[in-house]
Design a protein. Structure first.
Length: 229
């Protein structure tokens, strides 16, 4: 079993599309879409969201559920569904952007992370205003990393969405700060913005308790071609 994930949107098409996207990167994770009203109009339905949460609680086998929402009333509907759920203590509501947060959460769940770490993975995706926060270069005055490594991308498409999600999702469950070529290693969008193609080098620096583990994690992903070879 893995942590279950519920996607709540005002649009059934958005919820279903987001689930379809995340499923490509996390095929073993139970993802449930709860979008639109009961008669398939734009809006949210407490009954539909509650049913999705209950289904996910069953499918996760006690591992817990993380709920992601899009806008305004979707959050309130999700909060009400959690209150009425049969096991509200097992459900977490993420404060995260829907698509990027969902992908990060799904990848973390695919890797076997627990419900708190899946929640953390979703919420690690940051925005500034209405735009994705720009990648930040590493502080030149920062302390020397506890572990580091440089690895060459061998997968044909380089650093596209799936590799970025695998790196960010896996690292988010560790006690570590990581930069990849100077950007936040836990930010899917920052990693994608590197536009690193096949043959490019990724320089990884990690600081913290899980530094060695984090660098080794990225090394294995790169050497395995992110499962795309």
């Amino acid at each position: 079993m893995t942590v279950g994930i519920v996607v709540v949107s005002h649009s059934s098409k958005i919820a279903e599309g987001a689930v379809e996207l995340a499923a490509q990167m996390a095929p073993d994770v139970e993802l449930v879409a709860a979008g639109g009203t009961d008669d398939d109009r734009i809006g949210t339905s407490l009954e539909k969201v509650l049913a999705a949460v209950e289904q996910s609680l069953v499918d996760s086998g006690g591992d817990g559920v993380v709920v992601l929402t899009d806008l305004g009333s979707a959050v309130m509907t999700a909060e009400s569904a959690v209150e009425f759920a049969s096991a509200p203590e097992a459900v977490r509501l993420a404060d995260a952007p829907l698509v990027e947060g969902l992908v990060a959460a799904a990848v973390a769940a695919q890797g076997g992370a627990g419900v708190e770490d899946v929640l953390k993975a979703a919420e690690a995706v940051t925005f500034s205003g209405s735009s994705v926060a720009a990648p930040q270069a590493a502080d030149a005055g920062a302390a020397e990393p506890d572990a580091s490594g440089t690895f060459t991308l061998i997968n044909p498409l380089g650093m596209h969405a799936r590799p970025a999600a695998k790196i960010a999702g896996g690292l988010s469950g560790m006690d570590v700060d990581v930069t990849v070529n100077g950007v936040d290693g836990m930010s899917i969008m920052a990693l994608m913005a590197l536009a690193a193609g096949q043959g490019s080098e990724l320089h990884v620096e990690a600081r913290g308790k899980d530094a060695e583990r984090a660098v080794d994690y990225v090394r294995k992903l790169v050497e395995e071609g992110f499962g795309e070879l």
